[in-house]
Write a protein that binds this ligand. Structure first.
Ligand code: GLY
Length: 329
C-alpha cells in the first residue's frame, strides 16, 4: 500500500469515528490530483477571480509569487463593495472596521498586521513589516502608527462606507451576533501562488467577522492559522470561522500533512476532520481550506458545501467547487 493511500485510509477511518454518518455528506477524494502546471494561482471564493487576474499579471511575465499574491489580494481590498475584505467590510459591534492580513513566502519570510484601522491595503503593510522590521506581526494602534510613519496614509473616505453604516445601524436594533460563513456571506480572501521559477507565496486578508467584539482577531493574520508556507513542502490558506483555525493551527497542520505524504486535497480533508472532532456537536460553522504543494498540485476541502475557489493557470481561469463534509440543512 502506498504511503499516500495508507494516509488516506487512516483519515477515512478517523472520519468514521469523528462524524455522525447520518449528517455527513463527505465527498470522496481525487485519487490523482491535478498535475504540475506552474505558474498558477488559487484563491478563495468568487472574489478570487478578479484577485487572480491581478496576480496573473505578475505571474505571466515571469514575476515573483510574492509580488503576485500581494498585487492579487490588493484587488479585493480595493473593492469597496466587498463586505468581508478591506475598508468596504463590515464593522465590529462598536462600529469600527478593523483589518487583518498576512503574507508569507517559500523562504519562511512573513509579515502580518491585525486590528488595523483606516488603511486601504493592510497586505502592503504586512509586506512592509516583513521587509522593514525585525518582527512578524504588528497590531492595532501601534501597527497604524508604524504604517503612517512608513509611507502609508489614512483613507480619505468615510469608513464604514455609507451602505455598511446603514446595515450596522439596523443591526444595532437587535445586536445579534452570528458567526455563520457561507457563499452569500463569504469572508477572507486567501491566495496561494507558484511562479514560473517554482517560488511559492501566499497572502490572506479580511475585515473579519461582521459585528465581532471590538479587539477580536481571527485566523487571517496569524501565520500557521490562516496562512502557512514551507518551501520544502507547499502552502495552505483558510477561510471561515477563524477561531477554529487558530485552535488547530489549521494551515500549519495542512502543510505538515503534506510533508508526511498527503496530497493537498487530502491534507485539507484531514484538517476539516480534526476541526470537526475538536468541535463536537457544533453546527453551522463553515471552515474551508486551500492547499498547494511545490509540484503545483492543489486542492481544497470545507466543512459545508458552498465553498469554492478561483483557479488561474495558462489554460484555465475558472471557479472550482471544493469538496465538503456536510450540506447546509
Ligand atoms: N476567517 C476570517 C476570520 O475569522 O476573521
Amino acid at each position: 500500500m502506498s504511503r499516500r493511500r495508507f494516509l488516506k485510509n487512516l483519515s477515512l477511518a478517523g472520519a468514521g469515528l469523528a462524524i455522525n454518518p447520518l449528517k455527513s455528506a463527505a465527498q470522496p477524494l481525487n485519487p490523482d490530483p491535478s498535475i504540475k502546471d506552474n505558474p498558477l494561482v488559487i484563491s478563495t471564493w468568487i472574489h478570487g477571480m478578479e484577485a487572480n487576474a491581478g496576480a496573473w499579471s505578475v505571474l505571466e511575465s515571469g514575476g515573483d509569487a510574492l509580488d503576485a499574491v500581494q498585487k492579487g489580494v490588493a484587488v479585493t481590498e480595493n473593492d469597496l463593495n466587498n463586505r468581508s475584505v478591506g475598508l468596504g467590510g463590515r464593522p465590529d459591534r462598536d462600529g469600527h472596521v478593523t483589518l487583518d492580513a498576512c503574507i508569507m513566502d517559500h523562504d519562511s519570510r512573513c509579515g502580518s498586521v491585525a486590528f488595523l484601522e483606516d488603511i486601504i491595503h493592510p497586505i502592503d503593510v504586512a509586506r512592509a513589516v516583513m521587509e522593514k522590521t525585525p518582527h512578524v506581526m504588528l497590531v492595532g494602534e501601534g501597527a497604524q502608527k508604524w504604517a503612517l510613519e512608513n509611507g502609508f496614509s489614512k483613507a480619505t473616505f468615510e469608513v464604514p462606507v455609507p451602505p455598511v453604516q446603514k446595515d450596522y445601524e439596523e443591526w444595532l436594533i437587535k445586536s445579534e451576533y452570528k458567526t455563520g460563513v457561507n457563499v452569500e456571506n463569504h469572508d477572507t480572501i486567501g491566495m496561494l501562488a507558484l511562479d514560473a521559477s517554482g517560488r511559492m507565496a501566499g497572502a490572506c486578508t479580511t475585515s473579519g467577522m461582521a459585528y465581532k467584539i471590538r479587539g477580536r482577531v481571527g485566523d487571517s493574520p496569524i501565520i500557521g492559522a490562516g496562512l502557512f508556507i514551507d518551501g520544502d513542502v507547499g502552502g495552505a490558506t483558510a477561510t471561515g470561522v477563524g477561531e477554529a483555525m487558530i485552535r488547530t493551527a489549521g494551515c500549519a497542520s495542512v502543510v505538515e500533512s503534506m510533508r508526511r505524504g498527503a496530497s493537498p486535497e487530502e491534507a485539507c480533508y484531514d484538517i476539516v476532520q480534526r476541526i470537526l472532532k475538536k468541535h463536537p456537536g457544533v453546527n453551522g460553522m463553515q471552515v474551508g481550506f486551500l492547499a498547494m504543494n511545490m509540484q503545483g498540485e492543489y486542492g481544497g476541502y470545507s466543512v459545508y458545501n458552498g465553498f469554492n475557489y478561483a483557479l488561474r493557470t495558462k489554460d484555465r481561469n475558472e471557479m472550482v467547487d471544493a469538496k465538503y463534509m456536510r450540506t447546509w440543512e
